[in-house]
Design a protein. Structure first.
Length: 427
């Protein structure tokens, strides 16, 4: 691009003086009051009013009976996998295109993740592939399912398949707090469910997570396991393995102060998504899709996917990417590099788990069955399914998609600039 990039009123677009983030914490003031309260009353521990209140707020908002506040969403997933009864050697079906924290806790318990490919309608676990997986591995008893980028997946289909095969669902709602499926909050569809308050999530404690369930006994187990599994005795008595996973009352103060702002954050994120959608209308791209009839996402991250015919050549190795610029075409690597030049942060789509070196030996199931043999063909020649679409959907979305700057503090003017920068990539 030799000539300067200008906006519609002819002004030159220059880099942002301060960075536009993908998604950064947004504080409001009350957080500090609850943290100060913890300090002044000396409840600087893993017990206290902030923890109790945060758990109550979560139950009230989400509509579950019990919430156990923990140090991280990953810790909550570990507890959920234990509750689901995963034992060493057990295969567990997992969402494939997700953050690795969805699946690592399975391995903490000695389980073996088998990855289920993604569908194009919501970018979540494909129920057709899940059904195939039960044909191949009929003994599987646990399914870990995530709602990517705050968009609920095909909950009814997945639930009915799991019921038919008597499998327990662990729902990873870390990214989807506040999103609904048929007006019911995510984080209620599995037996054991998880939310996260990591710094870049829709609301944050700087860290933290929660295990959600309607099962009182399960909630009590997690309360015990997460605080070193002490038995009811005058001394430290242990019958079970313990963990130090409880949330701090200081962190809980931050989460408590954030909860009233959840809906505000969602509204801001939705406005960002809508502005991108409008701004990209003439481009050969689509936004991350959702089922508008049945779901209301929390719009945590706005993402886009480039239509196949508008992709310039791009190859990714294990550590770096190469592409060849072409007029009228672009690719995620080129767009992300350009955004970085203008001091804005984007990100590739979560690289699917079946493509990760650490999980290269694990099973992977697509809508047409065992995906391992067939995806090699995709890499070398572009294997398509009987429906003419790429067989490995996760790999395809990873190849053509990217996460856009989605920070709720980004102004409409700043976002217009980002839209202009991206439009220019397709000229
Ligand atoms: C953030 C995240 C987690 C982990 O939550 P932490 O609180 O960071 O441990 C798990 N799964 C998904 C899909 C996430 O995005």
């Amino acid at each position: 691009m030799s000539d300067e990039l200008k906006n519609s009123s002819g002004e030159v677009i220059t880099p942002f003086p301060s960075r536009i983030w993908l998604s950064s914490p947004t504080m409001h003031g009350e957080e500090l009051e609850y943290v100060t309260e913890a300090y002044e009353t000396n409840w600087m521990s893993t017990v206290g009013a902030n923890i109790n209140e945060t758990e109550r707020l979560a139950c009230e908002k989400i509509g579950c009976k019990y919430a156990v506040a923990l140090s991280a969403g990953t810790a909550a997933l570990h507890m959920a996998v234990k509750l689901a009864g995963v034992k060493p050697g057990d295969k567990v079906f997992c969402s494939d295109m997700t953050f690795d924290a969805t699946v690592n806790p399975v391995v903490y318990e000695g389980g073996v993740p088998v990855f289920i490919d993604t569908e194009y309608d919501t970018w979540n676990m494909d129920p057709v592939a899940l059904e195939k997986a039960f044909e191949i591995y009929p003994d599987v008893k646990v399914v870990v399912v995530a709602h990517l980028y705050g968009t609920p997946g095909k909950v009814d289909e997945i639930k009915s398949i799991c019921e038919k095969h008597r499998a327990v669902i662990v729902e990873d709602a870390a990214e989807s707090l506040g999103a609904t499926y048929k007006e019911i909050q995510t984080g209620t569809f599995g037996s054991y469910n998880v939310i996260s308050f990591n710094g870049n999530k829709i609301i944050t404690g700087s860290a933290g997570g929660m295990l959600l369930t309607d099962d009182e006994e399960a909630a009590n187990k997690v309360r015990k396991w997460s605080t070193q599994s002490r038995e009811d005795a005058p001394w430290y008595q242990h019958e079970e393995l313990g963990y130090n996973y409880r949330m701090s009352n200081v962190i809980a103060g931050v989460v408590r102060g954030q909860f009233p702002y959840l809906e505000e954050h969602i509204a801001q994120k939705k406005a960002i998504y809508e502005r991108y959608k409008e701004g990209f209308k003439a481009l050969p791209v689509s936004m991350n899709p959702y089922d508008a009839e049945n779901t209301e996402p929390n719009f945590w991250l706005s993402c886009m996917i480039i239509h196949p015919e508008a992709m310039c050549k791009q190859v990714r190795g294990e550590q770096e990417a190469l592409y060849v610029s072409e007029p009228g075409k672009s690719c995620p690597t080129e767009i992300l590099e350009k955004l970085a030049e203008y001091n804005a942060e984007g990100r590739p789509i979560w690289k699917p788990m079946h493509m990760q070196p650490i999980y290269r030996m694990n099973g992977f199931v697509t809508r047409e069955g065992d995906g391992r043999a067939k995806t090699n063909a995709y890499i070398s020649g572009g294997a398509v399914g009987r429906d003419g679409k790429p067989l490995d959907v996760g790999m395809d979305i990873f190849h053509r998609g990217l996460c856009l700057p989605s920070d709720n503090k980004m102004t409409a003017e700043q976002q217009e600039k980002i839209i202009e920068i991206i439009k220019d990539m397709f000229r």
